[in-house]
Write a protein that binds this ligand. Structure first.
Ligand code: NAD
Length: 496
């Protein structure tokens, strides 16, 4: 079996048209221009709307407006900020269906998953409404007893937030909510492929009481000129970026010149390790979720699946069956599990990765198929006995290809798992508590899913090590990213 493009449009699940119309009503409610950057539905190729295509001058104007608003916001009380964030959370939750339909329309993921993203994304707003009143701090004594140290937190200042297309709501709220909780304003630049959800979420923030100017949404087709201009402006004190490692490296260079605070959530290449003693059903379900969530377009998607020799045949059999049964189609279709990829380039990349792996000895057990459609679909694919030299064993796949390698011993698989410059997520499936911790401790990653494939939530300090990033999002650590730590040294004199 080799990769092919033979599957027809009729093999795809079709949309419920009334659901697509629900999304279009939300788009119509946004004040968008007649010309600008066009946004398309990746499942159909349909044009949805234009968003503004701003130049560097307009970006600097957005910086000016947000900076002024940010200075007032920094003087609000923690409780005021918490109340506004709480109102925003309630409004987002009330608009779950509108947000979910919009996410599916512009990004493609199945509606049930889009609802899951709304839950995940709104949880950050709720979490930071709660964290806002716990800004942290401390009280210390100087070692010589001559003074006391009061440790305080202050907002870092205006933050530039740059988000990718794969989680249009959650990547935005995971940055905006802690920035606001800490007392910062923000200029947010969503990906031009999926900007509509950000526009809508920020509109709801304003309705919830966030000052009109405090969050500026900017969209541009010239992202390089944008970052060159805004990151060099001395009103900007922080940049938080989620996206590819290559772009992150460029932004770090510019941020280095101005010594900006930086948070970088970059690319991944997650190992998922299944030991012989794993619960087979749990491992298969976990691998399926870690691979197919968002059609594999997730930075923590299982990229290299390592299966121990004793369980490998049974695991491959069960995962192949599950992947080949997963319906592919429009995210508004009933029962769709795998939506479209974001664009045609991604489909071409899946075909190339599959062909390369097969040419290097992999067995194609299911999938490998693109569809004859205006949308960008690729079938869930399983490649077994993948060679370590195959591209699929080294690159970030970002699509629905499960690439299986087999291994013998624990130390061998840990060494192979760590042979990458990336270090975002890892997964371990075993029934041995000792092995789970021993392997998790030795994986060079920022997070590890143990016997589960969906490890992120608002309470988890999400982020990578090595070239997967700097800083953490979510949890109390996510608030630290928007705060400067200061201390007051209070002299003590003995008055006895
Ligand atoms: P990307 O790096 O191409 O783009 C991300 C964002 O950066 C977009 O808004 C894009 O317009 C913008 N951008 C691109 N060049 C820029 C520049 N020179 N200056 C300023 N902005 C610029 O990434 P993508 O294709 O949108 O997303 C996929 C990548 O994101 C994958 O590598 C994935 O692993 C990573 N990602 C990481 C996380 C994480 O939390 N670590 C989460 C989601 C995605």
């Amino acid at each position: 079996m080799t990769a092919s493009t033979t599957a027809g449009h009729s093999d795809l699940v079709t949309a419920d048209p009334s659901a697509a119309r629900k999304a279009d009503a939300v788009i119509e409610s946004l004040s968008l221009p007649a010309t600008g950057i066009p946004v398309h539905d990746p499942a159909t190729g349909e044009f949805l709307a234009n968003v503004p295509d701003i130049d560097a001058g307009a970006a600097l104007e957005a910086v000016r407006i947000a900076d002024t608003a940010s200075r007032s916001w920094a003087n609000t009380t923690p409780r005021q900020r918490a109340d506004v964030l709480h109102n925003w959370w309630k409004l987002l939750v009330e608009n779950t269906e509108q947000l979910a339909h919009l996410i599916t329309r512009e990004m493609g993921k199945p509606l049930s998953e889009a609802r899951g993203e709304v839950k995940y994304g709104t949880d950050f707003v709720r979490w930071y409404a709660e964290e806002a009143v716990r800004p942290g701090g401390g009280f210390r004594e100087a070692p010589d007893g001559g003074s006391n140290i009061l440790v305080r937190r202050a907002p870092v200042g205006l933050a530039v937030l740059i988000t990718p297309w794969n989680f249009p709501l959650a990547m935005a709220t995971r940055k905006i909510a802690p920035a606001l909780a800490a007392g910062c304003g923000a200029v947010i630049k969503p990906a031009t492929l999926t900007p509509l959800t950000t526009y809508y979420a920020v509109e709801l923030a304003r309705q919830a009481g966030v000052p009109e100017d405090l969050i500026q949404v900017v969209t541009t087709s010239k992202s390089g000129a944008f970052s060159e201009a805004v990151l060099r402006d001395d009103r900007v004190r922080k940049v938080s970026f989620t996206g590819s490692t290559g772009v992150g490296q460029q932004l770090l260079k510019i941020a280095g010149e101005g010594v900006l605070r930086t948070s970088m959530e970059l690319g991944g290449n997650a190992p998922l390790i299944v030991f012989d003693d794993a619960d087979l059903e749990r491992a298969v379900n976990g691998a399926f979720a870690a691979k197919l969530r968002n059609g594999g377009q997730s930075c923590i998607a299982a990229n290299r699946i390592y299966v121990q020799q004793g369980i490998a045949d049974a695991f491959v059999e069960a995962l192949t069956e599950k992947l080949s049964a997963a319906p592919v189609g429009n995210g508004f279709g009933h029962g769709t599990v795998v939506g479209p990829l974001i664009d045609n380039r991604a489909v071409a990349q899946m075909l190339a990765l599959t062909e390369d792996a097969v040419a290097k000895g992999a067995q194609l057990r299911t999938g490998g198929t693109a569809y004859d459609s205006a949308g960008h679909f690729f079938a869930p694919t399983l490649l077994d006995h993948v060679s370590t030299s195959a591209d699929v064993a080294n690159a970030e796949i970002f699509g629905p290809i499960a690439a299986i390698q087999r291994f013998g011993t624990e130390s061998e698989v840990v060494a192979r798992a760590n042979q990458t410059e990336f270090g975002l997520a890892g997964y371990v499936f075993t029934e041995s508590l000792d092995r789970a911790f021993n392997v998790a401790d030795r994986l060079e990653t920022g997070l590890v899913g143990i016997n589960q494939g969906v490890p992120s939530n608002a309470a988890a300090p999400f982020g990578g090590v090595k070239q997967s990033g700097i800083g953490r999002e979510g949890s109390s650590e996510g608030l630290d990213e928007y705060q400067n730590i200061r201390f007051y040294n209070i002299a003590r004199r003995d008055t006895h």
